[in-house]
Design a protein around this ligand. Sequence first.
Ligand code: NAP
Length: 187
Amino acid sequence: MAEKQQEGSNVEEGSSRAAGKVVCVTGASGYIASWIVKLLLDRGYTVHGTVRDTADPDKTWHLRALDGANDRLQLFNANLLEEGSFDAAIDGCECVFHAASPVFFTIKDPKAELLEAAVSGTLNVLRSCKKASVKRVVITSSMAAVTFNGKPRTPDVIVDETWFSVPELCEKHQGHLLHTLILPMDG
Ligand SMILES: NC(=O)c1ccc[n+]([C@@H]2O[C@H](COP(=O)([O-])OP(=O)(O)OC[C@H]3O[C@@H](n4cnc5c(N)ncnc54)[C@H](OP(=O)(O)O)[C@@H]3O)[C@@H](O)[C@H]2O)c1
């Protein structure tokens, strides 16, 4: 009971700190981003969400149905492959959660289908952040960046920020997809 009351007062405290603050979530229709949008709205933030097509109900209905969305969620069209596409959504935001990314598990041409949007798209988003003097940017990485390094993953092992996948192991075990996912981190 006491814990519940404490939780309630923490949420209220968070909401009052968030009031009037504007944050952007890219790829808002996606799995991870939808949850980020929900949690931000619950905490009282105003959210600029980007989707590729704001007129597509299949991609947006679950966002528009969220508590607080009527008053504090604005959706913008933005595509990772278009330079400057994120400017409008990011303008006026103090924080950006960048979760838009192509996510494929079977792929013919990783360079064209995945790398172009993931790498150039992230740079596009970062350029928009710079223009808008955004204070904080959070980028979702891929588990492929840390999983394949040949180290044991038993319950006693702690996976921390020193873990990175080894490109040769990705190539060997998972083929091109995972290899290309981590290559940009080396370059
Ligand atoms: N889900 C997980 O458990 C997990 C775990 C570790 C890391 N991650 C990483 O987290 C990120 C998001 O993953 P997710 O599972 O939420 O994927 P998801 O549900 O497929 O969402 C990806 C989002 O990116 C958008 N997108 C794709 N290509 C785009 C483009 N060219 N321009 C603009 N937007 C584009 C999609 O928009 P549309 O709706 O328009 O297609 C979609 O909203 C990825 O980088 C993924 O690697 C996910």
